[in-house]
Each structure stands twice: as C-alpha cells, then as structure tokens.
Design a protein. Structure first.
Length: 382
C-alpha cells in the first residue's frame, strides 16, 4: 500500500523541505517529491509539519509503571503510553539494583521487546550499577560496585543481547578494561553519577566511553583548577551529552552553554522520566525510594533531591525552542537523529530517510503534537 503525506514542512536529517510530498510505501518512507500523480492517495496535513518519531534513550517509566517493576504488562503500558509524547523508539532504562533483579528485568524486557504495540524497544539501557555514592542521586548505593565483565555477560545473556548502553562512574576500579571490552561488543558506555576528575573521565573516554549521563546532574562540577566531569563534558570532542530539558534539572542558560560547547549535533535530548510521567501529582516510588510529584518535578521524600523527571520528550523539544537556544530543526534533531546516533541505533530510527520504517510525528506550527505514526499507521491522535 502506498500513500503520500502532504505537509508544509518535512524535517530530514540534513535539510528541511518546505511543502511537497513524502511517500509511505508498505510502512516505509519513500523519497520526498515536489508533486504527485493525480490519482495518488494523499493524506493532507496542510498547515502541519512532519518530523521523525522521537527517540528516548534514557527513560525509566511512564503511565504509572517503572522498568524495575519487572512487569511485562508494565513494559507494554509504557510502550503504548509513550506514543502520546511523540516517542516512537526508546531504551527501557534500569536503576542500580541487585544482580538478580537486574538479570530478571533484562529477561522480562527481552521477552516482550518484539511484541510491543507502541513505541519500539530498540535496546536496553543499564543506568548503573557501577556508580559512586557521592553523586548517587535516586540510586541505591548498597548495590554500587566496581564493574564486572562476568556480571555484565550474564545480564547481556538474559537480555538476549539487547543491552545497548551502560552507565558507570569513571573512577571505579577496572573501568578502562571493562569499557574497552563492552564497546568492542557494540555497547555504548555512558559516564555519570560520578565524582571523577577530568583526567579520570578522559581515560574512560580514551577506552571507548562516548556519552555523558544527564549532563550537569549527578557529576563533579567544573572549577577553575579541577575541570571535573562537567569540564570533560564540555571539552572532550566526539562525545554525546544527554540533556533533560524540563527547566528543573538544568537551567535554560546552562543548557545553552552546553549546546554551544558540544554543538547541537552532540546533545541528545532525554527525559529520564519515572513512573509518574503522564500521571497526576502525588506519591510514587522510584526503585526503592518514596517520591513526591508536584509542581512539575519528582523529588525524593527524604531529601528533596530530584528523582528523575515527569517530562514528555515532545515538551522537551518545544522548551528548547521556546527558550531561544535551538531552532525547531535543531531541537527535533537532538530528540531523534542525534539521540539515536548516540547509542548506535540511527540505522533503524530517528530519521525520515528512504526505506526506514515510517515512524513519524505530525506537529502544528507551534510544535505541539498532532499525531503519531508507526510503520505508516496512525497510532495516536491528540
């Protein structure tokens, strides 16, 4: 089956096309064209814009569920709920936990990964457990240890090879050999929840690490004598910075500085969303910790520290445009192509490129979500 999308604007990876038509052929993108035959079936989104489906590479929960619930039902609910946020591909993200719990969660995600009806599971992200206590955030330090290839291999086996990304603290013992080994296996290593010095961070990058976990949050700050983790984020090239753009985790000014230092092509917008995403304010759990959700934030009850977010990725995109720190093209790219590229899944998602699965979103002129499509079929309408 073939139909043609008509819209005012199409956001491609390297250019934006004004007007014209994008063919959808058997659930895949064709090549944009300026005109169509008179008898063509046209889906008319005049006055609207077409962008790639968004890609969330760091998300713990949504719609009342958390990845660490170890529930197949919960993974399905997350997948379907995320369509309302413009996300069509995601990496279910774990928290620091026991070896057994992480093994069980990996197996559960693997058991449903190919069957979800909503946003596609393009891999698993292990956020931890190889962190350090000083910047533990909403993670349990009881489970924080030095990296172990033997442990990781068992998790990866349980996951059916689906772990695409793992985060650790550079100052842990054995990091260089661990990073070198798993990156050769095609796993992206991210650095965060860390009190590492600039030099410790650089050694981890030299070994193969390439992503910074939610830049600024959970990491040693920059000072003029010890540039720390934040200095490393700014200064080490060819690395990607995750960024939460809810306006609470990072100020608009700090976000702007990050984009200037890294370039918009090396900043990946993420949500770090927890189970209260898409839910009313109130009491929730993040892993083993009680959380209160109010005033647009999720905070640990005991300390008041931020505990993930309730951000929807479509709103993160809109925020950076509204703050005047990114164009619509840059914002959409950071939440789709750049995010996908940062974890090596840009070969399957994050762009309106010919022969890719037709996963896309329809936006109005103000970047508000109108509809979400998977494989060329409308699966959500605002």
């Amino acid at each position: 089956m073939t139909y043609f999308l008509k819209a005012d604007r199409f956001y491609f990876v390297d250019e934006t096309k004004e007007g014209g038509y994008l063919p959808i052929v058997d659930g895949h993108f064709g090549q944009w064209q300026s005109d169509v035959p008179g008898d063509a079936e046209v889906v008319d989104y005049s006055g609207k814009q077409i962008a790639p489906g968004l890609v969330d590479t760091h998300i713990h929960g949504f719609a009342g569920w958390d990845v660490m619930d170890n529930s197949a039902e919960g993974i399905h609910a997350m997948s379907e709920g995320l369509l309302s946020t413009g996300v069509t591909s995601f990496l279910p993200t774990t928290l620091t936990s026991s070896f057994d719990q992480l093994e069980n969660v990996s197996a559960t995600i693997a058991s449903v990964a190919d069957d979800v009806k909503g946003a596609k599971i393009q891999g698993i992200y292990f956020e931890g457990p190889y962190f350090t206590e000083k910047y533990k955030g909403a993670q349990n330090p009881a489970y924080m240890f030095d990296p172990s290839l033997d442990e990781f291999d068992k998790w990866q086996k349980a996951a059916g090879g689906r772990i695409k990304k793992i985060a650790l603290a550079p100052e842990r013992d054995g990091v260089a050999s661990f990073v070198s080994t798993v990156t050769k296996q095609g796993v992206t290593v991210a650095l965060g929840h860390s009190n590492a010095t600039y030099d410790e961070a650089k050694k981890a990058v030299d070994a193969g690490a390439s992503v910074w976990v939610h830049a600024y949050n959970g990491m040693r700050a920059l000072t003029h004598r010890e540039p720390g983790m934040v200095g490393a984020v700014y200064n080490i090239p060819n690395t990607y910075a995750e960024l939460i753009t809810d306006g609470h985790h990072v100020s608009s000014v700090a976000s702007e500085i990050l984009m200037r230092e890294k370039g918009h092509d090396h900043v990946a917008l993420i949500t770090d969303c927890m189970r209260a995403g898409g839910q009313p304010d109130g009491d929730y759990m993040l892993g083993e910790f009680p959380v209160i959700v109010e005033n647009g934030t999720a905070r640990l009850k005991d300390s008041g520290s931020l505990a993930g977010s309730i951000l929807k990725l479509k709103d993160g995109v809109k925020n950076v445009v509204d703050w005047g720190i990114a164009t619509p093209e840059q914002a959409i790219r950071m939440a789709s192509y750049v995010a996908a590229k940062s974890v090596g899944i840009d070969d399957v998602c994050g762009q309106l490129t010919e022969n890719y699965a037709a996963d896309f979103i329809v936006l109005d002129k103000d970047l508000e979500l109108v509809a979400t499509y998977l494989n060329g079929e409308k699966v959500f309408e605002a």
